[in-house]
Design a protein around this ligand. Structure first.
Ligand SMILES: [Zn+2]
Length: 95
Protein backbone atom coordinates (compact mmCIF):
# COMPACT_ATOMS: atom_id res chain seq x y z
CA UNK A 1 0.00 0.00 0.00
CA UNK A 2 1.02 3.54 -0.64
CA UNK A 3 1.54 5.67 2.41
CA UNK A 4 3.07 9.02 3.19
CA UNK A 5 5.71 8.08 5.72
CA UNK A 6 6.07 11.68 6.86
CA UNK A 7 2.39 11.80 7.70
CA UNK A 8 2.80 8.72 9.86
CA UNK A 9 5.75 10.31 11.60
CA UNK A 10 3.73 13.47 12.27
CA UNK A 11 0.97 11.33 13.77
CA UNK A 12 3.52 9.66 16.02
CA UNK A 13 5.34 12.81 17.09
CA UNK A 14 2.39 15.19 17.49
CA UNK A 15 1.04 13.71 20.76
CA UNK A 16 4.55 13.41 22.18
CA UNK A 17 5.34 17.06 21.50
CA UNK A 18 1.92 18.24 22.63
CA UNK A 19 2.52 16.77 26.05
CA UNK A 20 4.95 19.58 26.73
CA UNK A 21 2.50 22.26 25.73
CA UNK A 22 -0.25 23.70 27.84
CA UNK A 23 -2.45 24.55 24.88
CA UNK A 24 -5.85 23.53 23.58
CA UNK A 25 -5.69 19.92 22.48
CA UNK A 26 -9.19 19.49 21.12
CA UNK A 27 -9.73 17.53 17.95
CA UNK A 28 -10.20 20.70 15.94
CA UNK A 29 -6.91 22.24 17.00
CA UNK A 30 -4.99 19.00 16.57
CA UNK A 31 -6.40 18.63 13.04
CA UNK A 32 -5.39 22.20 12.28
CA UNK A 33 -1.90 21.53 13.61
CA UNK A 34 -1.63 18.38 11.53
CA UNK A 35 -2.78 20.20 8.41
CA UNK A 36 -0.29 23.04 8.86
CA UNK A 37 2.59 20.73 9.67
CA UNK A 38 1.84 18.38 6.80
CA UNK A 39 1.51 21.24 4.32
CA UNK A 40 4.98 22.37 5.29
CA UNK A 41 6.58 18.95 5.15
CA UNK A 42 7.31 17.36 1.81
CA UNK A 43 5.47 14.06 1.50
CA UNK A 44 7.61 10.93 1.47
CA UNK A 45 5.55 8.26 -0.21
CA UNK A 46 6.60 4.69 0.23
CA UNK A 47 5.08 1.55 -1.15
CA UNK A 48 5.03 -0.85 1.73
CA UNK A 49 3.04 -3.78 3.02
CA UNK A 50 0.93 -2.97 6.05
CA UNK A 51 2.94 -5.19 8.35
CA UNK A 52 6.15 -3.52 7.28
CA UNK A 53 4.94 -0.01 7.88
CA UNK A 54 6.18 0.36 11.42
CA UNK A 55 9.57 -1.10 10.60
CA UNK A 56 9.90 1.20 7.62
CA UNK A 57 9.00 4.27 9.61
CA UNK A 58 11.30 3.33 12.46
CA UNK A 59 14.20 3.11 10.06
CA UNK A 60 13.39 6.61 8.77
CA UNK A 61 12.86 8.17 12.17
CA UNK A 62 16.29 9.15 13.42
CA UNK A 63 17.21 11.45 10.56
CA UNK A 64 13.70 12.75 9.96
CA UNK A 65 12.42 13.48 13.42
CA UNK A 66 14.29 16.71 13.94
CA UNK A 67 13.02 18.38 10.78
CA UNK A 68 9.53 17.14 11.34
CA UNK A 69 9.52 18.17 15.00
CA UNK A 70 10.43 21.70 13.96
CA UNK A 71 7.43 21.90 11.63
CA UNK A 72 5.13 20.37 14.24
CA UNK A 73 6.28 22.86 16.87
CA UNK A 74 5.67 25.74 14.45
CA UNK A 75 2.17 24.44 13.80
CA UNK A 76 1.45 24.02 17.52
CA UNK A 77 2.56 27.59 18.20
CA UNK A 78 0.52 28.97 15.34
CA UNK A 79 -2.71 27.17 16.19
CA UNK A 80 -2.47 27.66 19.94
CA UNK A 81 -1.93 31.39 19.40
CA UNK A 82 -4.93 31.62 17.09
CA UNK A 83 -7.36 28.77 17.71
CA UNK A 84 -10.05 28.78 15.04
CA UNK A 85 -12.87 28.18 17.48
CA UNK A 86 -14.15 30.67 20.05
CA UNK A 87 -12.88 30.15 23.58
CA UNK A 88 -15.66 27.76 24.36
CA UNK A 89 -13.44 25.13 25.88
CA UNK A 90 -12.69 26.38 29.34
CA UNK A 91 -9.02 25.56 29.62
CA UNK A 92 -7.33 27.11 32.61
CA UNK A 93 -4.25 28.87 31.43
CA UNK A 94 -2.18 30.14 34.27
CA UNK A 95 0.71 31.53 32.37
ZN1 LIG B 1 -9.13 23.69 20.37
Amino acid sequence: MLINANEEIVKLRMPVLLQEYNCCKCEKCICDMMAIALNNIKPAYVNTAEGMLFKRINSMLPQKTTDIDIEILKAINLVSAHPKHPDEEPKAENQ
